[in-house]
Design a protein around this ligand. Sequence first.
Ligand code: NDP
Length: 330
Amino acid sequence: MSELFNAFVIEDEGGKPKGGFKQLALSDLPDLDVLVEVAYSTVNYKDGLAVSGKAKIARKPPMVAGIDLAGTVVESRSPDWKPGDRVVVNGWGLSETQWGGYSRFQRVKPEWLIRLPDAFTLEQAMGIGTAGYTAALCVEALENWGAIQPGGKEVLVTGAAGGVGSVAVALLAKRGYAVTASTGRPETHDYLKGLGATGFIDRAALLEKGPPLQKERWAGGVDSVGGVTLVNALAQTVWGGAVAACGLAGSSDLPGTVLPHILRSVALLGIDSVMAPAARRAVAWARLARDLDPAHLAAMYEVQPFAALPELAEKIVAGQIRGRVVLDLN
Ligand code: NDP
């Protein structure tokens, strides 16, 4: 194939990241074993930081950005994959140390690929993306810890109207947990109710620093905000409960005390999706296939053209994206 195709590349400009669309050829791509024709990618918070240049995500520029991709295998030097296989890649350093999904074609390592569950189209796979798969890892961690019970005390989801938050609300509600959504956008309440949230708390209430131990309210939580929000979530969690922390949309600080941990056995479960082993990924995607109602998924995302990427990146960093965005690279 000799044609050129479109990609979004981060370059180094005087020590600062600067992104832009570029035409690439297959010969420009890394020499890895599986060539994928990318149909869709997506815009996660980390992508927003990378594309807008607000954080130095690409560590080896020039680098194709995009932490996710969904597409079809075109060529494979691995016995595990053959042309026509529908695949997804989430994380594994894409857009940080490896070329990512914002490219019509990309070459990847065989072990990064997930076989897309039959339940999902390629578009839906990116409706989920890293944000949704991380939400599934969080719910998995809370259940494995034994912190939450269907029909039991409430489970808190912070940053609820964002990507991780929306999918977490839907997955938890489907399993019968009472979900309280924390959002700074009251206009998203109907949307979140539609996904299964039954309670709401204004995010401002969690942004004010409270005492180290507060009224025990949550059986557990999924936190994508960090900072004082996470500290308050821990301080309001019941004895033996747990909060799965995956994000820093508010802050990367953790300005709290050990008291919830040592006086109430509250666990802080750290969730990293990027280097999660294949077995955990498979479990998370199986959960998504089982528990994510297609109607809920459809309500969660919008499809945008690849060309809209720079504008969408600014919006997600400003907290203005509701749910998820799928990028159409077809
Ligand atoms: P989104 O921007 O879609 O969602 C983040 C949400 O956080 C916003 O919608 C908003 O929710 C809330 N928020 C934003 N700014 C603030 C603030 N200053 N104070 C309080 N709340 C705020 O991002 P994603 O869902 O894609 O990602 C969420 C976080 O999770 C990011 O920090 C991201 O880097 C992290 N992440 C981590 C992963 C991992 O592997 N650990 C994987 C995926 C994501 P609302 O409007 O409802 O208040």
